[in-house]
Design a protein around this ligand. Structure first.
Ligand code: GLC
Ligand code: CA
Length: 537
């Protein structure tokens, strides 16, 4: 396998709206990111994935783009982006753009032209169907609830959208549309970006008439074409968001010989907290063993055949410590446990802003406090189908996307150092959880992440080694071994708030302790969330 830069890299995701406000409008901005480049360099990350900063009416906080080559004035100017790319580069940090090309905003000039003039060349940039019985062409549903078809009376046609009706899907069957997208991507490549994160990319091969949305028949052909026409000739990283990927499918995207993407985000571990076949709101009890099975499967099945991404968090997910860890008594210990478990696996880790200081969920009491379009649409839908407010708010507090979108905690001041005015979304309690406090404390979660990021560069066993899951019987302890040449690495984590035993006698063969989240000897008893990684003799 080739050793591309992104195989040893850690990528930090920034949700610009919530990172740092510098002009007191309560909204994070590009200057705010520039201001914290030293912090990011100190953490040791190699690249920043920027959630969308393009012009947008913000129905879905920037994932509804009305101009791909204009910067949303709330965030700054093209000049700011150029400065960011340049200043980041000086610190060996690359900037990865979020590419939302499954759909545009309904305010994009292409869609405006398509909807006002059926003869325009842009009409066919989108997906239109006639209907003869006043019903949508079929019963495909949007990911945000309701029909995926919206009727335009003046045209007598429906258009297709897998998200909000303000996010019409682009027609990837149309070669002229594709060329426009490739032109736009090359515009960004010429600006010197480090790569792309491709939003819901598994949807672009859809066949709506066949009710196929994910993983459509032409998907991989389309990605090969995109690769050839854009990033294929550059040393860029590309990561596709693919909720529907199995390891077999992920191989298609990420096998080097196929010239598609560097890797994909798969969500099998994330989906373990919901009932099978139900929506994300329908929760299920968590089972660490199941989680371990999923990671083991992906480690084994992509080894030599593709490349994994590794993540616990992003802007669509609740905070991991609140979900799989313990956000009360064991916030820091469980945060370290989650980090240690993930960062010795093969793949490229993605760290989401605030994760490095152990930020947690932000519970609300009523729907008025919720910003996210997905939660709000689900709320209306479920109220109409008889759920109680309490039930719905409870599920939003566990899974709602706002949980991960509250502004970054820089210090313990009133607005957490994020803004001096009123933030677009409340900052929550930053008295304990904030960057300033974390930086002062050598035992904080921040320094665990910093160390893990360094290890990934230092020990080839992490990027190259084989993977073997270790059986731990009937306990919540998860363990695995990685091997490469002379190096053998053992990782053991206690995924619970109770002590338990790990009976592998390799505890006697420790050559070097790389990391351990308790200040005590390693023994066969693991305290709550106790975790370590060691090199074996
Ligand atoms: C992706 C984004 C999410 C957005 C959706 C529609 O899942 O991560 O934030 O709402 O696509 O663009
Ligand atoms: Ca601002």
């Amino acid at each position: 396998m080739k050793t591309n830069w992104w195989k040893k890299a850690t990528i930090y995701q920034i949700y610009p709206r919530s990172f740092q406000d510098t002009n007191d409008d309560g909204i994070g901005d590009l200057q705010g990111i520039i201001q914290h480049l030293d912090y990011l360099e100190f953490l040791g990350i190699d690249a920043v994935w920027l959630s969308p900063i393009y012009q947008s009416p913000n129905e879905d906080n920037g994932y509804d783009i009305s101009d791909y080559q204009v910067i949303n004035p709330e965030y700054g100017t093209m000049n700011d982006v150029e400065t960011l790319i340049k200043k980041a580069k000086k610190r060996n940090i690359r900037i990865i753009m979020d590419l939302v090309v499954n759909h545009t905003s309904s305010e994009h000039p292409w869609f405006q032209s398509a909807v006002h003039d059926p003869k325009s060349e842009f009409h066919n940039f989108y997906i239109w169907r006639k209907s003869y019985d006043e019903k949508p062409p079929n019963d495909l549903q949007s990911n945000f609830g309701g029909s995926a078809w919206t009727y335009v009376p003046d045209l007598g046609e429906y258009y297709f959208h897998l998200h909000a009706k303000e996010q019409p899907d682009l027609n990837w069957e149309n070669p002229s549309m594709r060329q426009e997208i490739y032109r736009m991507m090359n515009f960004w490549i010429e600006k010197g970006v480090g790569g792309f994160r491709l939003d819901v990319i598994d949807l672009i091969g859809k066949e709506p008439d066949q009710s196929i949305t994910k993983n459509g028949p032409k998907l991989h052909e389309l990605l090969q074409e995109m690769n050839r026409c854009t990033f294929g000739n550059y040393d860029l990283v590309t990561v596709g968001e693919t909720w529907g990927a199995t390891p077999e499918i992920a191989q298609l995207y990420s096998n080097e010989s196929r010239d598609e993407l560097s890797m994909v985000f798969q969500f099998e571990h994330i989906n373990l907290d919901k009932q099978v076949g139900k929506r994300k709101w329908d929760l299920k009890e968590l089972d660490p063993k199941e989680l371990h099975q999923v990671f083991s499967k992906w480690q084994t099945e992509l080894a030599d055949k593709g490349w994994n991404s590794l993540f616990w968090n992003n802007h669509d997910l609740p905070r991991i410590i609140s979900r799989w860890g313990n956000d009360q008594e064991y916030r820091v210990l469980s945060g370290k446990m989650l980090a240690i478990y993930l960062y010795f696996l093969q793949g490229t880790p993605y760290l989401y802003q605030g994760e490095e200081i152990g930020m947690i969920n932000y519970p609300v009491e009523s729907i008025d406090e919720v910003n996210d379009i997905e939660s709000r649409r689900m709320y209306d839908e479920r109220i109409n189908s008889g759920y109680t407010k309490e039930e719905i708010i409870a599920s939003i507090n566990v899974k709602g996307r706002d949980n991960g979108r509250h502004p970054m905690h820089w210090d313990d001041s009133k607005q957490a150092g994020f803004t001096t005015s009123i933030p677009w979304l409340p900052v929550g309690d930053s008295s304990e959880i904030n960057v300033a406090t974390a930086l002062e404390d050598q035992t904080s979660l921040f320094y665990t992440y910093k160390k893990l990021i360094q290890f990934r560069k230092k020990f080839p066993v992490i990027t190259e080694g084989s993977f073997e899951s270790i059986s731990t019987g009937d306990t919540a302890i998860l363990a695995y071994i990685r091997r490469y040449k002379e190096e053998t690495l053992l990782v053991v984590v206690n995924f619970s708030n109770e002590s338990d035993h790990f009976l592998l006698d390799s505890t006697q063969q420790i050559k070097e302790i790389l990391i351990h989240n308790y200040e005590k000897e390693i023994s066969q008893t693991l305290l709550p969330y106790e975790s370590y990684a060691v090199l074996l003799k």
